[in-house]
Write a protein that binds this ligand. Sequence first.
Ligand code: FES
Length: 104
Amino acid sequence: SVDRRLLCEAGEVAPGGMLRVQLEGMDPLLVCNVDGKLYAVDDECTHAIASLSEGRLQGNIVFCPLHGGSFDVCSGKAKSLPCKQALRTWPIEVTDGKVYLLLK
Ligand code: FES
């Protein structure tokens, strides 16, 4: 069965915006709004210790604040050096204006 955990209200993440969400017992997640559609990925950069929420989102690409590497937040793929390892992506669902993380 699938366990749903509330991440945030959909209205908290405007188009082009990002929100860091820390759920108990989990690594921090980053909810991103790409042209009205929401995506969730790990918030910590895979290159070193940095919170991507402090970087910049341009379309579907998030730029790390520390060394400027980037990721596609839709696929998680690393897009520019020094980032090489993909970000983990997380399935979410938006119901009645609330964003849920889906856990198996
Ligand atoms: Fe993100 Fe280095 S920590 S690019």
